[in-house]
Design a protein around this ligand. Structure first.
Ligand code: ATP
Length: 329
């Protein structure tokens, strides 16, 4: 099977936007590819998370992805720090072929440096090189990235070309597989759903059925429909609740809802109830599965992933050292 790699940010509580935009996709991809997913705990140090919290975040992230359906036997789920020695060694070699000027011009670096001028660390500049090391360590053909990471993948591709020119064809030039760019809107109708959003406007994957229903009941719907007997405007732009239905409700049911809304046969409360059922249809099974996955299960999965990742990483490092001429003894 074709190899694919993707990095996962270690974050704790997730929302249904994360499920739709990240978890679901990675779970589907494990069926089609030889998928390697690493929890990017080393990368997260660019923003200095607290040491006592980091381990818990990694475990929590693993539990989330296992609950979403990642199968540690089918894919390779590992913490980036499990191959820290290998990834940092490779990072050092790759950094020698990467001109500093190009890294300083990477837009995401410039943006981060501008937003956090008090924390422009060396690791931040080298972030795309460390990401290239993550990719080349497992030498996969495909890299699953969000659109914002495409520029980093270009850096990785440039590194592969330069490295291969100097040392022979060793690093496959990776192709991007861009994830679904559609964004789940916030319940408030203001931008996308996000963890920095008002919690009341964001459906958490830990929310119980009642909370999902209550939050959905308060969601912004059709501002032009003041009364139940008025016809509504069930389009993506006309009604935020209908827009949410387009993500979570099947086409046939959606058409039926739209027709009923246009003829004022269904009110916003009923429509929101049906949306809440759909949302709970995702959140509830997730919550149940997560409840049955303890820290020990997450650690077992990460150990299995570590062993598989270490094997691939060891092979890469041996090949790279040999090619560079560092294997003298
Ligand atoms: P922040 O509040 O810091 O912006 P976030 O809640 O947007 O965080 P991230 O950690 O930035 O979440 O994103 C994790 C993953 O979830 C990414 O792959 C991102 O594309 C996806 N994602 C986040 N929000 C949504 C959303 N509303 N719809 C679809 N996908 C989303």
């Amino acid at each position: 099977r074709t190899g694919l790699v993707s990095g996962i940010r270690p974050t704790g509580e997730l929302h249904i936007g994360n499920y739709y935009g990240a978890l679901k996709g990675l779970v589907e991809l494990q069926e089609r590819y030889d998928a390697r997913y690493f929890i990017a705990d080393v990368h997260s140090l660019t923003t200095h998370p607290k040491p006592d919290g980091l381990r818990g975040l990694v475990v929590e992230t693993a539990r989330n992805y296992l609950a979403a359906g990642l199968d540690p036997e089918r894919c390779t789920l590992y913490a980036q720090s499990s191959v820290a020695a290998e990834v940092c060694e490779l990072h050092a070699y790759l950094s020698m072929v990467m001109p500093l000027g190009e890294l300083l011009r990477v837009p995401t670096f410039k943006d981060k440096a501008k937003r956090h001028p008090d924390n422009v660390n060396y690791g931040l500049v080298g972030y795309p090189v460390l990401m290239a090391a993550d990719i080349f360590l497992v030498r996969t053909e495909l890299v699953m990235v969000g659109e914002d990471q495409l520029v980093h993948l270009e850096v990785a591709r440039a590194i592969a070309r330069r490295f291969n020119q100097l040392y022979g064809d060793l690093l496959p030039e990776p192709q991007p597989l861009v994830g679904n760019a559609a964004r789940i809107p916030s319940l408030s109708g203001q931008g996308k759903m996000s963890k920095s959003d008002d919690p009341a406007a964001c459906i958490g994957l830990g929310d119980d059925e009642r909370t999902v229903e209550e939050k959905t009941r308060r969601a912004l719907s059709d501002p032009l429909r003041a009364y139940r007997h008025q016809p509504g405007h069930p389009t993506e732009d006309g009604c935020n609740v209908f827009r949410l239905h387009t993500f979570f409700t099947g086409e046939a049911e959606r058409e039926e809802i739209a027709a009923s809304c246009c003829e004022a046969r269904i009110g916003c409360i009923d429509c929101k109830k049906r949306l809440a059922e759909r949302l709970s249809g995702i959140v509830e099974p997730f919550r149940r599965r997560k409840g049955s996955i303890g820290e020990a299960d997450a650690l077992d999965a990460l150990r299995l992933g570590r062993d598989k990742a270490k094997e691939a990483a060891g092979r890469t490092i041996a090949d790279v050292r040999r090619a560079i001429g560092l294997q003298m003894l």
